[in-house]
Design a protein around this ligand. Structure first.
Ligand code: UD1
Length: 329
């Protein structure tokens, strides 16, 4: 299959590209390199530098081949930043996403896989969260993802595209066999920050609150290995093409780990002390976010196989060490 991967040089994108090319697909990556790295891609991958804000650049890459599917992973993802700078997220995530949908329609790419987020649900009304949970995002990032999901639905009705909206829970880990992935600069998420403390790039971690309604008082999240996510994308492509159906599914494990679980596991695996201080809660952070992955299992036959905490932390630690040694951190 010929797959156009928009945002394919980023963290999730480059893992998808690796998994998809291993299965014999022909991959073209389109990325503006604002947060991705060309070095994340093997030499056999065609690469176009371009932005979803340029319809001309989108058209040009789409005209370069007859793509069966476009996978859209080019978006900003810091929920906190989106509340301070919604315009940045409106431009990149919403306008960029709409440009991509329109260009797919214009260039006859019938299938779109969209990288959505558990943030579309907002504060969990119940847990685990299934796909029938109300869609009430509490940050602009989640709203931007929901807006693209809703437009995919409309464009499917009006223009006949097929799509899968994949609601990721907390993407984590790195491919264990390929340590060349460059880690994100200026990370905002828990596990990368813990790694930076372990490597003494950061003095300490701030634990955002220890008075949540969880056994140890810190927030519990559903960490899903990025290669499991990549496999979920491949299974979703098969599903929408073979069944001629759209898909809206969660990709998570259903199992949760607290902030202190992550710290403890990293201490064991790295043999380093993780200094932390407990600070105030971060606004908008729920106690527990867990996914129901029943629908993904039923419809696309997907279930995670690499998302145990040991593997997530070990693979992340290996990649951070590689980056440290290569002076990329
Ligand atoms: C958020 C989004 C999620 C998105 C993800 C990607 C929401 C509700 N969730 O996840 O949809 O896919 O970002 O960026 O919008 N923590 C600390 N100290 C830190 C950082 C985090 O204690 O320095 C804690 C948080 O309070 C939370 C857990 O660690 O309990 C995970 O946080 P984080 O990695 O930022 O992800 P989410 O906020 O869960």
């Amino acid at each position: 299959m010929k797959i156009l991967v928009v945002g394919g040089a980023g963290y999730i994108g480059s893992h998808f590209v690796l998994a998809a090319s291993k299965k014999g697909n022909e991959i073209t990556v389109f990325d503006d390199l604002s947060s991705g790295f060309k070095s994340n891609l093997n030499d056999n991958i065609s690469f176009y530098k371009g932005s979803t804000l340029s319809k001309k650049e989108l058209d040009s890459v789409m005209l370069s081949d007859n793509f069966d599917v476009a996978v859209h992973l080019a978006a900003f993802k810091a929920a906190g930043e989106s509340m301070l700078n919604p315009g940045k997220y409106a431009t990149n995530n919403i306008i960029g996403g709409l440009n991509l949908i329109e260009s797919c329609v214009k260039n006859n790419i019938k299938n779109i896989i969209f990288s959505s987020s558990a943030a579309v649900y907002g504060t969990p009304r119940y847990t685990p969260i299934d796909e029938d949970h109300p869609l009430l995002p509490i940050n602009y990032y989640g709203y931007s993802k929901l807006t693209i999901e809703q437009n995919l639905k409309w464009f499917s009705k009006l223009k006949g595209i097929r799509y899968a909206s994949l609601r990721y829970f907390n993407a984590a880990g790195y491919d264990s066999n390929c340590k060349k992935f460059q880690v994100e600069s200026d990370p905002q998420n828990l596990i990368p920050l813990v790694m930076e403390v372990a490597l003494e790039k950061r003095d300490h971690l701030e634990v955002f609150g220890d008075d949540y309604a969880t056994p140890d008082g810190t927030g519990i999240r559903d960490y899903i290995h990025v290669t499991d996510l990549a496999e979920g994308h491949l299974a979703s492509i098969d599903y929408i093409i073979n069944n001629n159906e759209n898909l809206e599914i969660n990709l998570g494990t259903g199992e949760g780990f607290s902030v202190l679980d992550i710290i403890k596991k990293t201490q064991i695996i790295s043999n380093k002390k993780i200094n932390y201080v407990v600070s105030d809660r971060r606004s908008g952070d729920p106690d527990i976010v867990l996914s129901s992955s029943k629908k993904a299992k039923q419809l696309i036959g997907w279930s995670p196989t690499r998302s145990d905490l040991d593997n997530i932390i070990k693979s992340t630690w290996a990649t951070y060490n590689y980056n440290m040694k290569a002076n990329k951190l």
